[in-house]
Design a protein. Sequence first.
Length: 153
Amino acid sequence: MSSPQINCTLIPVKRHPSLTEEEFFHHWETVHAPMTAPWAIKHGIDYTLIKTPRAARQIGKQNTDQSSESGTEYDGYALFGFKTIEQFQVAFSDPYFVNVVQPDGKKIFDLSGDVTSGAQFAGVTPIVANGKAVVKAEKEIKAWEEYESKSKK
């Protein structure tokens, strides 16, 4: 069983200063993300919204070296998965994105900083998805099952 490799871009986002954290998450999840879905589907792009509420960021600060760049200052991340970089680039010139999605994004995201500081991943290989191994792991799963059954005795 081989799994397709995909490319990913992880874009850190900050909420617009005019919004509370609750307003931001509500709009992002219930308005902006559904608005983005048809664009992503059209272009074969996976889109995952990752929220990092203040409480989670505080835990992150406690568990990291305070002098390092921990990423805990972001309200969330947008994770995009796609087959080719060209496919991803073309999608951003789509009129629906330019005229509908992007203007809404300007209402909820703080775009005053460096918005191109996302991480790029090429050749991402899914290992486990939806509770199932995506890679060939039958032998390892059998060994794990034996280990689990012995530990319950």
